[in-house]
Write a protein that binds this ligand. Structure first.
Ligand code: NAD
Length: 468
């Protein structure tokens, strides 16, 4: 059984779910497989209409789902409302764009007749994390279903309830529950044709290896250690400072694309720290996620709290940030901190902290800061902050990241049309944008070369064509 506690009040049980064993996973995949021919045979307009009806039903339950998400994940209620709204906005974006992006393309000219179709894979296995569970389930299901796939989802046992409910409200989606064992049973199932995973490095490697052994293609959205680079001319208003604070501390820092390393020019470090601490005092209110005005809840587990405290304290100069409200001893609350004076090889700088502690690192020159920002195995996101947009874009182009934000970072910089994903060890494949749709189709071609069409000139049996 999964007994899901509220991380803000650990004596409160939010839900209890049975773990799906291997036979249950097999049955779920077989149901999804049985549904796929009929679903993929529907014209895309019919699939999109069905998805829109489901979206309306989910929207009708949005508040109930947001409260459930807040109670199981510890994320502030306003964030949970935003997450459900963004997931629905993405579903609508997919419904609008998929018919065109996935349409059959026909070329009929002097070189021959070429038809390019976008075919669904079949059953897609989705293994998702706990930190933005509804959105990260939707970024897989919406494009997969619109393209004509069916799916089996395994949410994280750390926040399985809202994501499971949203997934189950979509057509031809099966939901299984459990941890690594259930995930492995799912991704190694012979009827699974594509694996979509978001999560950490260790699970990502295990999933990629398991999928690879089955020759099942995968898309992997893994962790990040995003640098936020403030150029010497940075010109931040008080609102900008607040946005930068929340770029690191939203969801208690447990966001793949959080600003996880702050690089500030040495001569402006004092001024920066003062304004940053003042902004945190205004914007960062730590407390129970259901209390209005709270912007930072607990971390997800006792283990996560211990890990972040270990990373944040003891080396360097830790400056506690923000304000607190209510009884924080009831849950897994961690004081948010800005930590200065750390070496580049400090564990808080090198690892993905995934918690409310961010290192402040000073630099002297542009070459130096680009080199230090890029000195990571991870390459998910990054940001450049400058009063000069051209200069910011030029530096952004030198950063080794799949997504570079300018003058913002984290979710305020997201766009439904912009493909998101990592370079280096932050994974492969993309979510959002047209690339996120194309992840769930295989290209299939039918070709009649001009030479062999009726009246064609023919070609020697061993020849290559002159031109395409
Ligand atoms: P996690 O890797 O611990 O778990 C993710 C999912 O994988 C869960 O459903 C889990 O049960 C399952 N799992 C774990 N081990 C497995 C195994 N061996 N085989 C099969 N399934 C397995 O991650 P988490 O703690 O839920 O999420 C945090 C991580 O996710 C962070 O590293 C974060 O940066 C990353 N993340 C990345 C993105 C992105 O878009 N790149 C988005 C959100 C989170």
């Amino acid at each position: 059984m999964i007994t899901k506690e509220n991380p803000a009040r650990t004596t409160e049980v939010v839900g209890v779910l049975p773990i799906t064993g291997p036979a249950g996973v097999d049955a779920a995949v077989r149901r999804a497989e049985a549904a796929r021919r009929d679903w993929s045979a529907h014209p895309i307009a019919g699939r999109v209409a069905a998805l829109r009806r489901c979206a309306a039903a989910i929207a009708g339950r949005a508040e109930e789902l947001a409260v459930l998400l807040a109670r199981e994940s510890g994320k502030p209620l306003a964030d949970c409302r935003g997450e459900i709204g963004f997931a629905l906005a993405y579903l609508e974006w997919v419904c609008e764009r998929a018919p065109d992006v996935l349409a059959e393309r026909v070329t009929d000219d002097g070189a021959g007749r070429l038809v390019t179709r976008r075919r669904p894979y079949g059953v897609v296995a989705c293994v998702t994390p706990w930190n933005a569970p509804v959105i990260l389930t939707m970024t897989k299901l919406a494009p997969a279903l619109a393209a004509g796939n069916t799916a089996v989802v395994k949410p994280s046992p750390l926040a399985p309830l809202a994501a499971g409910a949203v997934a189950a409200a979509l057509p031809h989606v099966e939901v299984v529950h459990g941890g690594a064992e259930t995930g492995q049973a799912l991704v190694t199932h012979p009827l699974v044709r594509k694996v979509a995973f978001t999560g950490g490095d260790a699970a990502g490697r295990a999933i990629a290896a398991a999928a690879g052994a089955m020759l099942t293609p995968s898309v992997l959205e893994l962790g990040g250690n995003d640098p936020a680079v403030l150029l010497p001319d940075f010109a931040l208003t008080p609102d900008d400072y607040e946005r930068l604070v929340m770029a690191s501390f939203a969801t208690s820092g447990q966001v793949c694309m959080a600003a996880k390393r702050l690089y500030v020019p040495r001569r402006r470090a004092g001024e920066f720290t003062e304004a940053y601490v003042a902004a945190a005092e205004r914007i960062l209110l730590v407390g129970d996620p259901l209390v209005p005005g709270v912007t930072m809840g607990p971390v997800i587990s006792g283990e996560a709290a211990a890990r972040v405290r270990e990373l944040a304290w003891g080396r360097g100069v830790a400056v506690p940030l923000g304000r607190a409200t209510g009884d924080l001893s009831a849950g897994y609350f961690v004081t948010p901190v800005l930590v200065g004076g750390l070496a580049d090889d400090d564990p808080l700088v090198v690892t993905e902290q995934f918690g409310p502690a961010v290192p402040l690192l000073v630099y002297d020159g542009e070459e130096e800061v680009v080199g230090r920002a890029n000195a990571s195995e991870l390459g998910l996101g990054a940001s450049v902050w400058s009063g000069d947009e051209e200069r910011a874009f030029a530096v952004a182009g030198r950063l080794e990241a799949g997504f570079v934000f300018v003058n913002t970072h984290n979710r305020t910089g997201m766009s439904l049309r912009a493909p998101f994903g990592g370079v280096k060890r932050s994974g492969y494949g993309r979510e959002y944008g047209e690339e996120g749709l194309l992840e769930y189709v295989q290209t299939a071609v039918t070709h009649a070369p001009a030479a062999f069409r009726p009246g064609g000139s023919g070609m020697p049996a061993t020849a290559y064509p002159d031109r395409a």
